[in-house]
Design a protein around this ligand. Structure first.
Ligand SMILES: Nc1nc2c(ncn2[C@@H]2O[C@H](COP(=O)(O)OP(=O)(O)OP(=O)(O)O)[C@@H](O)[C@H]2O)c(=O)[nH]1
Ligand SMILES: [Mg+2]
Length: 346
C-alpha cells in the first residue's frame, strides 16, 4: 500500500476504467457497466476498510485559530514523511506565493496611510525623541463593535485591541505625516506604492504570471523601491497593528528569485505560502505500522462550526498556537486579540 492511502476520484475512475477494459466490458456487451463500476467501488472500499482494520489507525485533528500554522504543520509532516508535493500543488503554491508577495506590498502601503507614516521616515535618535515635546494622542482604540459568537466566559479587557496608546515614536511619525499635508512625500517611492495599491494591476499580474510571462521589470523595481524605503521598514515593525502575513519578511528577502523567470517554489517557499483553509481535508501517513489520519480545518470563526463532526472517534488533537499572535488582532474581527480564543478555551 502506498504511503498516502486515500483514493481520489481520479484514481477510482482510472481503476474502474482499467478494470472494465481488462474485463472486456464495453457498452455493447451484456454486462451493465454501471453496476460493474458500483461493484468495483464497493470492493475497493471493502478492501480499504479491511486494511485499516488490520492496522492501527490514529485519527489526529489539527485545531487552532486562523493563521496559527495548522496547514504549515501539515506541510511539514508531508515533507518529513516523504509524501512531497504533486505538480498541481506546486503550481498552486507558486500562484499563492506571488499573490502573498503582492498582497504584502499592498497591505504595507495601505498601512502607511492608516498609521500615518511618511515615506522616507527615519526614526530620530532616542535621546532627541525623549527631549521632544509632542502633543498627546487620544486613545486610538475603536469601541468593541463585534459581538463574539462564542459562549465562553467574557473578559472585557480581552475585547480591546492590543495597542492602547501609540508610543512617542509613532506620534512623532504621525506629526511628520501631518506636516506633509496628511499625504506621503512626492517621489519615486509613493509612485511605486500607488502602483502596487491598484488591485487591478495585482490581478492582471497574476494572470500574466500564470501564463508563464516574466514578472514585469517595472513591477520588480516598484517592489524594490517600496521595501527599501525606511518609512516602510518602520511600518513593517508595527505589523501587529494591521494584517500582514507572517512570512512577509521571508518573501521580501527572496523577491527577486520569486519574481524570476521559470520560478519553481522550494520547500521553504511552500512552507511560507499562506492559503486560508476553508474546507476540511484528510491526509493519511504511514509511520512504521501506524496509519495517521490527519484532519486539517479552517481556524477562522466562520470555519469553526465544521469542527464538531470531526470529534467522533478522535484519538489525538494538536492545538496549534502562533507565539507571534500575542499582540495581533483576528483577521475576521479586528477588535479581538488573536490569543483570546486560546486564553478562554484552553
Ligand atoms: N516566521 C514563521 N512563520 C511561520 C511559522 N509557522 C508558520 N508560519 C507562517 O504562518 C502562516 C500560517 O498559516 P497557515 O499554516 O495557513 O495557518 P492555519 O492555521 O492553517 O490558518 P487557517 O487555514 O486560516 O485556519 C504561514 O504564512 C506560514 O508561512 C514559523 O515557525 N515561523
Ligand atoms: Mg489552514
Amino acid at each position: 500500500m502506498n504511503n498516502d492511502t486515500k483514493y481520489n476520484d481520479l484514481q477510482i475512475f482510472s481503476t474502474i476504467y482499467g478494470n472494465l477494459s481488462s474485463m472486456g466490458c464495453a457498452a455493447s456487451q451484456e454486462t451493465d457497466p454501471l453496476s460493474t463500476a458500483s461493484r468495483i467501488i464497493d470492493k475497493k472500499l471493502q478492501q480499504e476498510r479491511k486494511e485499516l482494520e488490520k492496522e492501527t489507525a490514529v485519527k489526529l485533528l489539527l485545531l487552532g485559530t486562523g493563521e496559527s500554522g495548522k496547514s504549515t504543520l501539515l506541510k511539514q509532516m508531508k515533507i518529513i514523511h516523504g509524501l512531497g508535493f504533486t505538480n498541481d500543488e506546486m503550481i498552486m503554491y507558486r500562484s499563492a506565493i506571488w499573490l502573498n508577495l503582492l498582497t504584502c506590498y499592498q497591505n504595507l502601503t495601505i498601512a502607511m496611510d492608516n498609521l500615518k507614516i511618511p515615506y522616507g521616515f527615519v526614526p530620530p535618535d532616542p535621546k532627541d525623541l525623549e527631549a521632544m515635546e509632542l502633543p498627546e494622542e487620544p486613545d486610538i482604540n475603536p469601541p468593541s463593535s463585534q459581538q463574539d459568537d462564542s459562549n465562553g466566559p467574557r473578559d472585557s479587557s480581552l475585547d480591546r485591541p492590543p495597542i492602547i496608546k501609540h508610543d512617542k515614536l509613532a506620534r512623532y511619525a504621525a506629526l511628520q505625516y501631518e506636516n506633509l499635508g496628511g499625504k506621503a512625500q512626492v517621489g519615486e517611492v509613493p509612485d511605486a506604492a500607488r502602483m502596487m495599491k491598484t488591485s487591478d494591476l495585482l490581478v492582471s499580474s497574476m494572470f500574466s504570471f500564470s501564463n508563464g510571462e516574466p514578472f514585469p521589470a517595472d513591477r520588480v523595481a516598484g517592489l524594490d523601491a517600496i521595501w527599501n524605503d525606511s518609512g516602510i521598514q518602520y511600518c513593517f515593525q508595527r505589523a501587529a497593528e494591521f494584517q500582514l502575513i507572517e512570512s512577509c519578511a521571508f518573501l521580501m528577502q527572496h523577491r527577486h528569485r520569486i519574481c524570476g523567470l521559470g520560478y519553481k517554489p522550494t520547500e521553504e517557499d511552500i512552507l511560507s505560502a499562506r492559503i486560508m483553509t476553508t474546507s476540511v481535508s484528510e491526509t493519511r501517513f504511514r509511520i512504521k505500522d501506524v496509519i495517521y489520519r490527519v484532519f486539517d480545518v479552517g481556524g477562522q470563526k466562520s470555519q469553526r462550526k465544521k469542527w464538531a463532526p470531526l470529534f467522533e472517534d478522535v484519538d489525538a488533537i494538536i492545538f496549534v498556537v502562533a507565539i507571534s499572535s500575542y499582540n495581533q488582532v483576528c483577521f475576521e474581527a479586528k477588535d479581538t486579540n488573536r490569543s483570546k480564543f486560546l486564553i478562554l478555551y484552553v
